[in-house]
Design a protein around this ligand. Sequence first.
Ligand SMILES: CC(C)(COP(=O)(O)OP(=O)(O)OC[C@H]1O[C@@H](n2cnc3c(N)ncnc32)[C@H](O)[C@@H]1OP(=O)(O)O)[C@@H](O)C(=O)NCCC(=O)NCCS
Length: 191
Amino acid sequence: MSVENGDELELELFDSKLLQEIDFAKSPVSFPNGISITNPGESLVMRSLKISDFDKGYIQLLSQLTDTSNTTKEMFLERFHAMKNCKDTYYATVIEDTSTNQIIAGATLEIEQKFIRQCAIRGRIEEVVVLEEYRGKQLGKLLLSTLTLLSQKLGCYKLSLECAEDNIPFYQKFGFKPHTECYMVLRFRPK
Ligand SMILES: CC(C)(COP(=O)(O)OP(=O)(O)OC[C@H]1O[C@@H](n2cnc3c(N)ncnc32)[C@H](O)[C@@H]1OP(=O)(O)O)[C@@H](O)C(=O)NCCC(=O)NCCS
């Protein structure tokens, strides 16, 4: 799949207007530095993932979380379009530093549709990562707060995530609790 023009580069995975419409006053946590969805900090913008973010370091950002080796632009484009075609499912949210045109933080809300609970929907938080040099500025907290509010706005009956034990205190700030049921995994490839 090739990128034809500037319009395609600006294609969003989901409509960023959804983020601006969130009532941030309902945030489960407070921000001593006064940042918010519409004002994440000087030269910073929070929005949906775009196609152009491949060239703005989105994959390099994810590499601070896990293996992203050998991800070509073609692979990224194919996955972007596949996700976009799953309407109302993938909310990959990023923060761009517009002074350097670099994606410096991101987190994704994924929606699963169910037959249970009167055909309810549930959310999962995935790929939460802030670029090393931008950590400690409340940006991880801002992303989590935003996606927690977004999942509620979309009507999820629950929201879950998997994390390392070290990160439990970070997620507890938003009301997440370690679950008593255990999480099972079968790996077909090494970590
Ligand atoms: C975890 C991570 C996303 C936090 O992002 P960040 O922008 O550095 O964190 P923030 O500045 O928003 O921190 C907000 C608060 O959480 C606390 N915090 C940050 N990381 C924490 C952690 N790992 N454990 C406990 N508390 C943490 C901060 O002290 C701060 O506390 P405050 O509200 O009292 O000020 C970031 O460190 C990161 O990208 N780590 C590597 C990838 C990773 O582990 N991702 C999570 C995968 S499950």
